[in-house]
Design a protein around this ligand. Structure first.
Ligand code: IYR
Length: 224
């Protein structure tokens, strides 16, 4: 493969006070983000979902393979199929597949196998991770750092959804392979995260969680 030609990087230089103000504003915005499990059925324009996916697609990826595929669902029949299949798997998980330790870890969140948001939210966006590519002859092409790449893309997706004033949830019914069948995706793609996207329900609540402090999540050089 030929190297990419290099072009000038368009750096946006900013005065330091503006950098500080933007950094504070962005942190404040992101610190207001919450995973929301109670959705309104209020419609959301498709172009907003498109913008969240475009934003996700700006993520860096191993060898620039961009090993993600976002499948967007608003068809009620498809959403129903996904809900039924997800609840079936989740029922199994909550009633035997998850360890007691895991169930205990989840207890404070109050989650269970019911997933009504899979039908209530106007959009479901499923990120599939392309575990390997296929060339024109159908031969396998290795992808690199697929988990990391998709994780970053999904992080940007979540930030984009929050920034536009909508809510989402990183839903990972397990196992998720049923999504390949329902959404007709090939076997080199693995469901990575399922995101319901929409407005929160008017009476939506979230658990009163606290985030670790800067000190708890940071070490400067070798620490004190
Ligand atoms: N996927 C299940 C269980 C679950 C697991 C974790 I780790 C969570 O942080 C939350 C839920 C579910 O969606 O209920």
């Amino acid at each position: 493969m030929n190297p990419y030609p290099h072009i000038a990087y368009q750096h946006q230089e900013r005065p330091e006070d503006e950098m500080q103000a933007r950094a504070e504003a962005f942190y404040t915005l992101m610190n207001q983000r919450r995973s929301v499990r109670f959705f309104s059925d209020r419609p959301v324009p498709r172009r907003l979902v498109e913008l969240a996916i475009r934003t996700a697609g700006t993520a860096p990826s191993g060898a620039h393979r961009q090993p993600w595929r976002f499948v967007v669902v608003d068809d009620p029949a498809l959403k129903h199929q996904i809900r039924v299949a997800a609840e079936e798997e989740e029922h199994e998980s909550y009633h035997g597949r998850m360890s007691d330790e895991w169930l205990e870890a989840l207890a404070p969140l109050g989650t269970d196998w019911h997933k009504p948001f899979l039908e209530t939210a106007p959009w479901l966006v499923v990120c599939f991770a392309e575990t390997y590519g296929l060339d024109d002859d159908g031969a396998k092409v290795k992808n690199y750092y697929v988990q990391e790449s998709c994780g970053i893309a999904c992080g940007l997706f979540i930030a984009a959804v929050h920034n536009m004033g909508l809510v989402t949830l990183t839903h990972t019914p397990s196992p998720m392979r049923f999504l390949n069948d329902i959404l007709k995706r090939p076997k080199n793609e693995r469901p990575y995260i399922l995101f319901p996207v929409g407005y929160p329900a008017e009476d939506a609540t979230v658990p009163d969680l606290h985030r670790k402090s800067l000190d708890e999540i940071t070490q400067w050089n070798l620490g004190e």
